[in-house]
Design a protein around this ligand. Sequence first.
Ligand code: CA2
Length: 147
Amino acid sequence: MLSVLILNGPNLNLLGTRQPEIYGHTTLADVEAMCAAHGQAKGFEVTCAQSNHEGALVDAIHAAKGTHDGIVLNAGAYTHSSIALHDAIAGTELPVVELHLSNIHAREAFRHHSFIAPVAVGMICGFGAAGYTLALDALLGHLEDTS
Ligand code: CA2
């Protein structure tokens, strides 16, 4: 059975509690339950993790190698700053789908650049919490195409 890691970065533990006009009303627990249900319905394993710490996210990406077949990654603000996350993805060579709740290209200029994008299979952004299941389907399609 294919196994996917859903990895969320800094401040995403606050989802659904503040700034609902940007990030919606869905909580991180809701997102994780939605992803688990999606995996169950489609026959793949889903594991969820969140950290506010860059190094812990690097560790989670390293640990995913050999444990999971791919990652759906919302790196939060580290998307726009972290060469360490870029290098971790490049180093593990695991397929990563980059995910953002908001359309980062319709927001401030500092959110337009992603250090994840060059090492990701692709990116989904702007569809709110529904983006997680879209990203899962995109990753599953990629894994099926490349296996
Ligand atoms: O749109 C996304 O998913 C982001 O990755 C979210 C990050 C932001 O820095 C990226 O540019 C785009 C911020 C996550 C913060 O999430 C919060 C949720 C609720 C309340 C406060 C923060």
